[in-house]
Design a protein around this ligand. Sequence first.
Ligand SMILES: [Fe+2]
Length: 239
Amino acid sequence: MIDIHTHLLPSIDDGPETIEESIELCKIAANDGIKKIVATPHSKDGVYEAKSDKILEAVDVLNLKLKENQIDIEILPGSEVHIHEGLVGNIESGEVLTINNGGKFILFELPFVFIPPGTDKFVFNLKANGIVPIIAHAERIAAFQKKPELVSQLVKIGALVQVNAQGLTGRAGPGDKKCVELLLKNRLVHFIASDVHSLTGRPPILSNAVDCAARIVGEEEARALVCHNPEQIINGLDI
Ligand SMILES: [Fe+2]
C-alpha cells in the first residue's frame, strides 16, 4: 500500500518532533503493509511554511535512517497547501512541492467550515496548467458533509479526492463516517490515506479502512484506493 497524505518528517510542521518518533511511525506503517509514504508537510498554510529544500533534505535523512533500521519503507516528497493566489507559479518555481516532486499532483486543504468562493475556478485554473489538485480529507469539511454534491462538482472539473482512514473506520466521528461512506457510494473517492501526525493521533494504518471501504465498493476498488491510484500519481500518471 501507499500512503499519500502524512505528516511524519521530524520538526517540520505539527507532525513528530524527533526522528525517533518518525521511525516509530514508519514501523507501524510497515507492519500494516505500507511500502511507500508521501511526506506532505503543511506548506503555505499561513502557519507552517515548510520549505521545499528542507522537505527534500528531511526525506533523504529519514530514508537513510529507515535503511539503517532495516525498515522496508520508502519516503517520497510532497506537501499539503492551502489554496492561494500564485500556487501555479509556486509549483513551477519549485517553491511548493507536488506529489513525489513530479510537478503534476498537488494535495490541497480547504477550510473546514466553508468552501472559499472561486474554489471551482481555482481547480479549473490548475487543471488548465497541467496540475491536478487533490482535495485533502474531503469528509472533514463541514460544507461537504452538508452538501456532498459540492464534491461532485469539483470532481467533474478535474479534482481528485482523498479521505482519511479514520473517517472510514468511524474513529473521527459519525459526521465524517457518514460523509465518506456517501462519497464512496457515489464513486467520488480516489485515495484513502492516514494523515498521520503522531503516535497518539491518527496512526499510519490503512488496512482497517480498506476493509470498511470494501464493504461499500468491493475488495478490488477498495484496494485501488491505496495501491493502484497512489502508484499512478507517484509515477505522474493519470487515474
Ligand atoms: Fe494533513
